[in-house]
Design a protein around this ligand. Structure first.
Ligand SMILES: [Zn+2]
Length: 424
């Protein structure tokens, strides 16, 4: 991805640097050749070339670009699980995924971690974004997911003879688990996404207390993935599934819904990050009826929301690492609504705006394994920034309103926001 050439000065705004401390009022950020050369009080800013490009933050806020830590670029706002893999051909879904990635960048998300993708579209999307062919967040890729036969993601009946190969590699036992990971190695992915447990979406056979993989299968996935330098994560709702994942050596936990003391201790012992994705549950409860969701499914989402919110509060209090991201790409939870996750954590879960912003920036970068490059506004890092007309610490919902974005930058280049609009 190209970097801005020359000097760029951003001033006249408060700096929220992503480290969780108080904001710096009247701040200046100096960017040199796409990297941050200074970030701090304007009174101490270095003297720069008068010809440098300048951006006026208009008394608003300068933040690190946001990180979507559980992003499904190929989920195209579907109303049913089955639509995820058979509704459209892969060629069309690739175009939809590119549009979703561009939208995420316009929403202030300069980096994202895929939570699973149809085929390995996210791998090629990442290549296109890195080559400046299309706009989108800097991506960490997952490709196809792994699930046990008969588990949550195995929904096509055998008589259709189409399997689930576009979206999921189905496995029986540790041998097939290893074989599935080896296929993903060839695809060029970074994170192996698995399904240790079910979900409220499938109340009859794979609800949120059901296990969809055995410990032996999960352990085989981790051993093979780590051998090839890949990381492993999993959709973990049931307590036993979370504990299995942590004992098997998982590198992250998605959702972490029903945490008990043992699970929390295991998570903290290795500082394993968790991405709760709670707004999805709230949106399912609020809007599920209009999309024909049954009462048992909605009841399950309520139990999941209550359990997940309590677990997130416990992890935060204990000093664990939480990322913000959220399964956007369903009809009731469409792409573009990403920042609703942040508002939800402030207004319903009880986090402070500063805590949420740290989760959505610094922790996101840490989960991506790129904290040395992005995630905070600090000298030496890439100038991936979000400049907002307003104060998200006073009202986090400002981040839901793209019209308030003065600029979204990657490597110092304005990619979205008011300043990217063509001047008439
Ligand atoms: Zn997901």
């Amino acid at each position: 991805m190209k970097l801005h050439a020359g000097t760029l000065v951003i001033s006249n705004g408060q700096l929220v640097d992503g480290n969780g401390g108080p904001p710096v009022p009247s701040a200046t950020v100096v960017v040199q050749d796409g990297r941050i050369a200074y970030a701090g009080p304007s009174s101490q800013a270095p003297v720069v070339d008068p010809a440098a490009r300048r951006i006026d933050a208009k008394g608003g806020s300068i933040l690190p670009g946001l990180v979507e830590a559980h992003f499904h670029p190929t989920y195209f706002n579907v109303a049913a699980l089955e639509d995820l893999d058979i509704k459209y051909p892969v060629e069309y879904v690739t175009l939809l995924a590119a549009a979703n990635a561009k939208l995420a960048l316009e929403c202030g998300y300069t980096a994202a971690r895929s939570g699973g993708s149809l085929f390995n579209i996210d791998v090629w999307l990442k290549k296109a974004i890195e080559s400046d062919i299309t706009f989108g967040p800097r991506l960490a890729t997952s490709g196809r997911e792994i699930c046990g036969v008969g588990g949550l993601m195995d929904w096509n009946p055998d008589f259709r003879k189409i399997g689930m190969e576009g979206l999921v590699l189905l496995i029986n036992g540790p041998v097939e688990a290893r074989s599935a990971v080896r296929k993903l190695v060839k695809d060029g992915i970074e994170w192996v996404k698995t399904y240790p447990t079910g979900d409220a979406a499938a109340p009859d056979t794979n609800d949120h207390h059901t296990l969809c993989m055995t410990f032996e299968e999960m352990h085989a996935v981790v051993g093979t993935a780590h051998n090839h330098g890949l990381k492993v994560t999993g959709h973990c709702r049931a307590t036993e599934g979370i504990i299995n994942a942590l004992k098997a050596g998982y590198d992250a936990i998605e959702h972490g819904t029903f945490m008990n003391d043992e699970a929390l201790d295991l998570m903290l012992a290795r500082d394993v990050p968790c991405v709760p994705a709670l707004y999805f549950e709230y949106a399912s409860i609020q809007r599920g009826p209009e999309f024909g969701m049954s009462q048992p499914v909605i009841d399950g989402h309520q139990e999941t929301l209550d359990g997940g919110a309590e677990s997130a509060r416990r992890i935060l209090k204990a000093g664990g690492c939480l990322g913000m991201g959220g399964d956007y790409g369903f009809a009731w939870n469409p792409h573009g609504d990403y920042a609703r996750e942040l508002s939800f954590f402030v207004n319903f879960v009880g986090f402070s705006p500063t805590e949420v912003l740290t989760c959505a920036t610094k922790n996101g970068a840490k989960i991506l394994g790129r904290l040395n490059e992005i995630g905070t506004v600090e000298t030496g890092k890439l100038a991936d920034l979000l400049i907002v007309d307003g104060d998200p610490l006073a009202d986090i919902r400002i981040l839901e309103d793209r019209s308030r974005f003065i600029a979204v930058l990657q490597g110092g280049i304005v990619k979205a926001g008011q300043l990217s609009r063509p001047k008439l």
